[in-house]
Design a protein around this ligand. Structure first.
Ligand code: PAN
Ligand code: ZN
Length: 188
């Protein structure tokens, strides 16, 4: 029997994914209308400035049952006013679908919001693993001075629902306080 060795097309060590079935997306200041508390400040910023990028490895068809997707997100260091750069955040369209996140580089906070609007905040750092249960919206925030890079693995039929967050928010905001430390404030 002959068994051939295939080269893996995904390498996690540098936080970038490349190869077959890997898509890339980039989210800039101009895309994040009314996502940050200080919308007036956001409008004065360069709309082309990149807030985060996602590489997503989709080895099965989007929406298919039983498959998994694997992604890497890189959030730049920065803020809109005092509010740290963060992902838009979402529920999964199929609400019971779970996900793993894990830290690759940098540091940040993961905000988890369930459908009863109960909030949990978890830290993420290189090597940390966070489980996101079903029925729970998730947003990652870069509270560090460098790029926050994290991995994610989620079911291929989960889907992304951004609308519920657009309408009702996350309940909290994470800002840099006068001591340069992250502070979690209730959403105004
Ligand atoms: C992640 C996120 C990624 C970008 O792959 O999609 O970090 O965040 P937003 O989708 O909220 O813009 C994931 O949670 N997938 O399900
Ligand atoms: Zn998700």
């Amino acid at each position: 029997m002959r068994v051939s060795i295939l080269s893996p097309s995904v390498n996690l060590f540098n936080g970038y994914l490349a190869g077959n079935n890997i898509g890339h997306s980039s989210v800039s200041i101009g895309d994040l209308v009314e996502v940050f508390r200080e919308e007036t400040i956001r409008k004065t910023m360069d709309p082309k400035a990149v807030v985060y990028e996602v590489d997503a490895f989709k080895p099965v068809e989007d929406g298919s049952e039983g498959g998994l997707f694997f992604g890497v997100t890189r959030i730049n260091s920065g803020a809109v006013g005092k509010e740290y750069f963060m992902t838009r955040g979402h529920y999964h369209t199929m609400r019971n679908r779970c996900e793993f996140y894990w830290g690759i580089s940098g540091k940040g906070l993961l905000i988890l919001l369930d459908e009863n609007r109960q909030i949990k905040v978890e830290e993420i750092s290189p090597g940390s693993v966070n489980f996101i249960p079903g029925y729970t919206a998730h947003r990652m925030i870069n509270t560090g001075d460098g790029i926050l890079t994290f991995g994610a693995c989620w079911p291929s039929d989960a889907g992304h629902d951004y609308e519920a967050i657009r309408l009702h928010g996350f309940g909290v905001r994470v800002i840099k306080n006068g001591n340069g430390e992250p502070e979690i404030l209730p959403e105004a």
